[in-house]
Design a protein around this ligand. Structure first.
Ligand SMILES: *[C@@H]1O[C@H](CO)[C@@H](O)[C@H](O)[C@H]1NC(C)=O
Ligand SMILES: [Zn+2]
Length: 234
């Protein structure tokens, strides 16, 4: 097996001086078909205060080339369980031990019967939605498919989202159905992250959906972002 793990460490980083979703019912069946699902590194988690310890070695997250020009066409698609935007590899995280280039971002949100759709919880609070910006280790792997099952393959930035007007994410209207794709102009992806990139929860975890490979270095920002209908991505 390719996975070698140190002990699971949960860290609350305070680095500066001031310091179309898979149904939950399906989850029970995952371990049978996907041996990694339900394992020790299964994400998402409920991030609770008692798990946290301050880790002074963690640096603020720094992202590069996130400000995309409107001339760069992005493909927005529905892969059956989330709405996904393909991202150019020049976007990357520069503050982690390896060079991680962006591959895609996607959203997890609720349904009318289950309006809270974030995957991670903080002290059991679930947010309306969650965005994941998925990066892969380009120092070691040529592409996403080679990285996805390696213990140091992926780094995901998680953003918890509160929505002011409840009809969430109207921009998905054009791509309600699996397999649909639309083109959209580039925009500043940084604007989807919270202002502070130095406050986050860090842990070694997994893909949140099958095959649940424990390949993800998770960064979940401590501050959520609030989107309103005006700000939706057209
Ligand atoms: C990823 O890289 C491997 C090894 O170079 C190659 O065999 C494979 O076809 C690539 N996959 C994609 C989707 O580009
Ligand atoms: Zn995700």
């Amino acid at each position: 097996k390719p996975f070698i793990w140190k002990e699971t460490v949960f860290s609350l980083a305070l680095a500066t001086n001031n310091n179309v979703v898979l149904t939950p019912a399906g989850e029970h069946h995952w371990p049978k078909h996907y041996p990694y699902c339900g394992g020790a590194f299964q994400s998402p988690i409920d991030i609770t205060s008692e798990m946290l310890r301050f880790d002074p070695t963690l640096r603020p997250i720094e992202v590069q080339n996130y400000n995309l020009s409107p001339n760069e066409q992005l493909t927005l698609g529905n892969n059956g369980h989330s709405v996904q935007i393909s991202l150019p590899h020049k976007m990357h995280i520069s503050s982690l031990p390896h060079h991680y280039a962006a591959a895609q971002l996607h959203f997890h949100w609720g349904s009318s019967s289950r309006p809270s759709g974030s995957e991670h919880r903080v002290n059991s609070k679930q947010y309306a939605a969650e965005m994941h910006v998925v990066h892969f280790n380009t120092e070691k792997y040529p592409n996403m498919s080679m990285a996805v099952d390696k213990s140091d393959g992926l780094a995901v930035l998680g953003v918890l989202i509160e929505v002011r007007h409840c009809r969430l994410l109207s921009f998905i209207n054009g791509i309600k159905y699996r397999g649909q794709k639309v083109q959209m102009p580039g925009f500043n992806i940084r604007s989807l992250l919270p202002a502070r990139l130095d406050e986050y929860y860090r842990y070694d975890g997994s893909l949140t959906t099958p095959p649940c490979y424990p390949s993800v270095l998770w960064t979940v920002f401590r501050n959520h972002v609030t989107i309103s209908r005006k700000q939706v991505l057209h």
